[in-house]
Design a protein around this ligand. Structure first.
Ligand code: GLC
Length: 531
């Protein structure tokens, strides 16, 4: 297996940009396309291969762009189609790829399709959304809940029926059992593919088809009372067998074009997750694997998950790993600064395409968002439970100035207080910064097929230490990660172990020889080139 037999999205690293928060070129406090464009030199310098942009389409912004009112346009906040084309062409000129967010499960209630659909029960677009008569007691048709609190059914006075919304009432779910809906969305995909985009990250893809009989969801026996959404299992609202049909049709649209890819957002246990590759590879190219986000951070849990995932993948299923995104508390806040470095080593040495979330490479934490600055409906609708996602969406820290180099205006979310000590300007020339660590890891992964496409072999899990090997055509790397704060010694009983440290979390052991045993400080990880 050589590098040239692999696609860009297999060899490469994906970098997620949340456009509202990356860089604001026009000073209105919200990031935009020209802002992203102005920072492409940074993205290229970092060494990643693809940029995934969270939604940039016209939207009332009830869910910050995940409520789309036109699938084939650009929100004026972000710029114009011309700005988009210019960005895409710059990305390509730098040898990188651009992946757009596609949100096919639901539109905005301000989309022309929904405006028509709600007009009358006989409107030709009525069946484009999911309408049901009231339940026997006059209330919602069943017990399905919205991810953002309350019933998932919204009553519409004008026509006396309810429509289904898995998220906000302003995000009605499209009816993917309807052929016209499918054709319309495939055309929207072609609109962007024709312009040259390299693929899509598909929002909540496992939600796209719901039970045809609208049966109640069963109670969740493990419900802890924390997030009210989890009172019921998602038995009849997500992961329905028919969704694979839809996905294979979407895949066929992508396959009309060379070298495009789609990665699906799916929060499911591994056995279910891997079914999204399709029975013979006709599913998504990659179902996002969120285990590094959802599992407890310790050597036992993580190594078990890696081995389990490796074993569960179908022969044609390319793996991937994610450390963070715009919906999850940032890795540095979840595991602390020291382990965030260990996490970087893990993400960039595991087998499978890594997806990074902007700002994690400079060690950003969740920002502080005082109650009067809260914007996320997840927090506004279900307050005080820590469900809000504003903290992980605060603006990027480019420098230590009051507005962090993000904007000249008033930032839409507060700039985190620690931007004066964690920012690109400060870290880029600091030989021991987490940014330098990320760059070294990325450069090594790019250089060494053993790390990007090579085989994975578990070496050992012992106490707080997880060790594995990556190899390709005679080149071998041993990765040893200490998930705990205490110093320890790794014994090379399992494989012959002699080599040189290629990268280490503390950035002070590069080139050092190791043989037989490797001493590790607390929170230290090393990548050893064996041989
Ligand atoms: C996905 C997005 C999230 C959004 C939701 C509804 O989970 O990542 O940000 O709120 O879908 O579109």
């Amino acid at each position: 297996m050589a590098l040239d037999t692999h696609e860009w999205w297999q060899k490469g690293i994906i970098y997620q940009v949340y456009p509202r928060s990356f860089s604001d070129a026009d000073g209105d406090g919200v990031g935009d396309l020209n802002g992203v464009r102005s920072k492409l030199d940074y993205v290229e310098w970092l060494g990643v291969d693809a940029v995934w942009l969270s939604p940039i389409y016209p939207s009332p912004m009830a869910d910050f762009g995940y409520d789309i009112s036109d699938y084939c346009g650009i929100h004026p906040l972000f710029g114009t189609l011309e700005d988009f084309d210019a960005l895409l062409s710059d990305v390509h000129a730098l040898g990188m790829h651009l992946v757009l967010d596609l949100v096919p499960n639901h539109s905005s209630d301000e989309h022309a399709w929904f405006i028509e659909s709600r007009q009358s029960r006989t409107n030709p677009k009525r069946d484009w959304y999911i309408w049901q008569d009231p339940g026997p007691n006059g209330g919602p048709p069943n017990n399905w809940l919205s991810n953002f609190g309350g019933s998932a059914w919204q009553f519409d006075e004008a026509t006396g029926q309810y429509y289904y919304h898995a998220f906000l009432a302003k995000q009605p779910d499209l009816n993917w059992r309807n052929r016209e809906v499918r054709a319309a969305m495939y055309d929207a995909m072609r609109f962007w593919l024709d312009r040259g985009v390299d693929g899509f990250r598909v929002d909540v893809i496992w939600h796209m088809v719901k039970d045809e009989e609208f049966r109640d969801n069963p109670p969740n026996p493990d419900f802890q009372g924390h997030n009210p959404y989890h009172e019921f299992l998602e038995t009849h609202t997500t992961d329905q067998p028919e969704v694979h049909d839809v996905i294979s049709e979407m895949r066929a649209v992508l396959d009309e074009y060379p070298a495009r890819m789609m990665v699906g957002e799916i929060y499911l246990p591994v056995e279910r997750l891997v079914t999204y590759y399709g029975e013979g590879g006709e599913g998504v190219h990659m179902p996002f694997n969120f285990q590094l986000v959802t599992l407890p951070w310790n050597a036992a849990a993580i190594s078990k998950a890696v081995n389990h995932y490796e074993a569960a993948l179908p022969s044609y299923g390319w793996p991937n790993w994610v450390l963070g995104n715009h919906d999850q508390s940032r890795i540095a806040s979840r595991v602390g600064d020291a382990q965030a470095r260990v996490a970087a080593v893990l993400l960039l040495t595991l087998r499978g395409t890594p997806t990074m979330y902007f700002g994690d490479e400079i060690g950003m934490h969740d920002g502080q968002v005082p109650p009067d600055r809260v914007r996320d409906p997840a927090e506004l609708n279900v307050p005080g439970k820590g469900l809000g996602r504003d903290p992980q969406r605060t603006p990027m820290h480019w420098n230590g100035e009051p507005k962090a180099g993000f904007t000249t205006g008033d930032p839409w979310l507060p700039i985190a207080a620690d931007h004066d000590v964690r920012n690109v300007e400060l870290e880029r020339d600091d030989a021991t910064s987490i940014l330098t660590l990320y760059r070294e890891l990325i450069a090594l992964r790019r250089r060494e097929p053993a790390l990007s496409i090579g085989a994975y072999q578990h070496v050992s899990t012992n106490g707080g230490v997880f060790a594995f090997q990556r190899s390709e055509e005679g080149r071998r790397f041993l990765i040893v990660l200490n998930f705990g704060p205490d110093a320890t010694t790794f014994q090379c009983d399992h494989i012959p172990c002699r080599g040189r440290i290629a990268v280490d979390t503390h950035l002070d052991r590069k080139g050092n020889r190791v043989e037989g045993t490797i001493s590790l400080r607390g929170d230290e990880a090393v990548v050893v080139e064996l041989g």
